[in-house]
Write a protein that binds this ligand. Structure first.
Ligand SMILES: *Cc1c(COP(=O)(O)O)cnc(C)c1O
Length: 367
């Protein structure tokens, strides 16, 4: 059995994989695969509707918001949102809190001016900046709620009167947020929602009244809204598996229930990182992500040995991002707490093994 701590595409519940596999062979008893049915069939329209309804219900999306399914990943949103909402007279405000914020800023600069209201670059993005001003005349304010690579997460969102756009790719559905505080939320599916290939956008309809630039159809949020995300062929299979996964989440009790589990999972792992003398956490304790836990060893030379040790216990996907190094354990919704317990006991067993070796060495020397 594998314990999949991968950052994305991420672990999905076994039940969802079984159901998806069945639908690949024979979808809804139609004698056709989900991979080969038209997106214009009543059967697929029902999938679209149920997926939208589940998003609405699980996130408690209020009236006046549309739920869209797009392609191109969260990375396409970096430019698409700026193309739609950044215009010449105004600057967009961005919070620079990590690798993906920087990518979003780079793309926005193609369409207008960007005002970086605060950055945590000075400390390698190991914290979330606090106490900055967001100019009232900004076109919008953009931030990343969870920094997948650095392992930091925002637990409070700055109040502002300007439209708020948030990249929630790696913590959507992991905790309750008040959707009414946001004007546009986007998330690539492959962290906490389903397989890669679909991007969720939850957008306030009034925001779409402010598009001034001529936008190509495939980059125009209004086209997706007006066509029920069926302007062209949507990512049928990704949407279907996301639906299965959101059904699973609903059956489990919804976002509030999973949030409690996620808090317990993260607490367990951070406790071990803080206790174990071989390891240390990378993120500022006040801003530690519950989804992506980043840590290193005091002796970098030992890290490969630990990875090998962990893999003998079925632990996969814990190697840190290439620019950060060390380890990253992603604790997305489908990862059971039992997997975190395995990782924690693996860390403490590794520590014991090292201590025993030291004792042995000392004894040999004294002989
Ligand atoms: C993974 C990730 C992205 C990029 O997502 P793609 O779907 O691969 O484009 C963007 N932002 C955040 C926060 C992410 O975790």
């Amino acid at each position: 059995m594998k314990h999949n701590f991968g950052a994305g595409p991420c672990i999905l519940p076994a039940k969802v994989l079984d159901q998806a596999a069945d639908a690949v062979r024979n979808f809804n008893g139609l004698g056709l695969s989900i991979l080969e049915i038209s997106h214009r069939t009543p059967e697929f329209e029902a999938v679209m509707k149920e997926t939208q309804d589940l998003v609405r219900e699980l996130l408690r999306v209020p009236e006046g918001y549309s739920i869209l399914f797009l392609q191109g990943g969260a990375s396409t949103q970096f430019s698409m949102l700026a193309m739609n909402f950044l215009h010449q007279e105004k600057k967009a405000a961005y919070l620079d809190c990590g690798y993906f914020s920087q990518k979003a800023i780079k793309e926005a600069l193609l369409f207008g001016q960007v005002n970086i209201v605060a950055s945590s670059k000075d400390k390698g993005y190991n914290y979330i900046p606090l106490g900055y001003e967001i100019p009232e005349d900004s076109a919008y304010f953009h931030y990343t709620s969870n920094n997948t690579i650095e392992g930091t997460e925002m637990f409070s969102f700055p109040p502002t009167t300007v439209p708020v756009i948030c990249d929630m790719s790696s913590d959507i559905f992991s905790r309750m947020v008040n959707v009414a505080d946001f004007d546009l939320i986007y998330a690539g599916a492959q962290k906490n929602m389903g397989p890669a290939g679909m991007t969720l956008v939850v957008v306030k309809d009034t925001l779409l009244e402010h598009i001034q630039r001529q936008v190509p159809s495939m980059s125009d949020y209004r086209i997706y809204r007006d066509n029920g995300s069926l302007f062209n062929t949507p990512p049928v299979f990704s949407i279907y598996v996301a639906m299965l996964n959101l059904r699973w989440l609903k059956e489990k009790g919804g976002v509030k229930t999973i949030e409690t589990e996620n808090i317990a999972k993260a607490a367990l792992l951070y406790e071990e990182i803080d206790r174990n003398p071989l390891f240390y956490g990378l993120a500022d304790p006040d801003h530690r992500s519950r989804m992506n836990v980043t840590f290193k060893m005091y002796e970098p030379a030992m890290e490969q040995e630990f990875l090998d040790f962990a893999s003998t216990r079925g632990i996969v996907g814990v190697k840190g991002y290439r620019s950060v190094g060390g380890f990253r354990a992603s604790l997305y919704n489908a990862l059971p707490i039992s997997s975190v317990e395995i990782l924690v006991s693996c860390m403490s067993d590794f520590e014991k093994e090292k201590l025993n070796k030291e004792v042995e060495l000392a004894q040999n020397e004294s002989l």
